[in-house]
Design a protein around this ligand. Structure first.
Ligand code: ZN
Length: 346
């Protein structure tokens, strides 16, 4: 017999600034988490345990062995099966709290689908490690008037900031443009020690709880930087940092959201020897039929969300029904495209 809400959430409702009223509001809240890596796992886990009403988990990637040391919702079985992170996380979180409506979206957030995936949310949590996606979130959040909570972690340090459109500076007020490719450290180049993602992901979750509980006056109002190796914690107040000439919230030019999407594209996922292939236009693949056809060419694994195969030595390919593919084992976009086209040509 599942416990009543009173029993399940008793200890957090006893915290008087939150209380039963905060719980009631949280239970009607809807958050979208973009990127179910380390930060997304931590933030989504807290929100689901705490009894958020609905959560949508967006991630384009599959679980790999090098994720397991820090991405706390995944298991060895998930990596073995190469499950999409969004689906593996949704399954785990359903077991944690079956009352929460959990949606998994194993797709790549882009200008074409951003409105559909983000515009109905009460808030957005940034769990992505990609600057282009982060600027896209900032554009969408400001255009649709949705608060979003930035977070990033690498090495032993991380940063977070909460953007409330119309009230606080937006991300571009502080960081007008992304660093040039390769200029910023990533988890692949500089590594990451897991405790920092718990700190940053927890700060993000706490801000989300305040917002959804209707207690926005308690938001920290700062750009927070924490380093756990040298132990430092700095809080730079962001009040007054809004810029009238900010391209996004000042001039309302949504360059990332309104970017024309090219046709087919290849994106090298940072440092992971993986290339993402995105097909032109709308594609719908019959994965069962493909699996049947490709069996002759070697081992093919099918799970409910994707097809995995090893088309060449040292190369593995995960193919989604929308035609998107992750080609692992090469950082060469042209080689990845050739492999992809060979697989899909009848
Ligand atoms: Zn701005």
């Amino acid at each position: 017999m599942p416990a009543s809400s009173e029993e399940r959430y008793d200890r957090q409702m006893r915290f008087s600034p939150f209380g039963p009223e905060g719980q009631k509001r949280l239970s009607r809240g809807f958050a979208v988490v973009v990127g179910m890596g380390a930060l997304g796992c931590v933030a989504a886990h807290h929100l689901v345990r705490a009894g958020i009403g609905r959560i949508r988990l967006i991630d384009r990637d599959i679980v790999t062995w090098s994720n397991l040391h820090r991405q706390s919702l995944y298991t060895e079985a998930d990596a073995e099966a190469g499950l999409p992170k969004a689906e593996a996380a949704a399954e785990r979180l359903c077991a944690v709290n079956s009352r929460v409506v959990i949606e998994a979206a194993a797709i790549h957030l882009n200008p074409r689908n951003a409105e559909q995936l983000l515009a109905d949310a009460d808030l957005i949590i940034d769990g992505t490690d990609h600057f282009s996606v982060r600027y896209l979130i900032n554009d969408a959040a400001v255009r649709y008037g949705i608060p979003w909570i930035y977070g990033g972690a690498v090495g032993s340090s991380g940063m977070t900031m909460t953007v409330v459109p119309g009230k606080t500076p937006c991300y571009r007020c502080l960081f007008p443009s992304p660093p040039p490719p390769g200029a910023a450290d990533t988890c692949e180049t500089a590594g990451v020690l897991p405790p920092i993602v718990d700190v940053i992901g927890s700060l993000q979750a706490m801000e989300a709880i305040k917002l959804l509980a209707g207690r926005g006056e308690h938001l920290h109002g700062a750009l927070i930087h924490a380093d756990l190796w040298n132990l430092s914690f700095t809080k730079m107040k962001t009040a007054g940092a809004r810029r009238d000439d900010c391209p996004c919230c000042g001039l309302r030019r949504f360059e990332y959201l309104d970017a024309a999407m090219g046709d087919a594209s290849e994106t090298v996922l940072c440092g992971r020897e993986t290339v993402q292939i995105t097909p032109a236009g709308t594609v719908s693949l019959d994965l069962d039929e493909l699996a049947e056809r490709l069996k002759a060419a070697g081992r093919v694994e099918r799970n409910p969300w994707l097809l995995r195969l090893a088309p060449e030595d040292g190369i593995s390919l995960a193919l989604f029904p929308d035609g998107r593919a992750l080609v692992t084992g090469t950082g060469d976009p042209e080689r990845a495209r050739r492999i992809y086209e060979r697989i899909l040509s009848p």
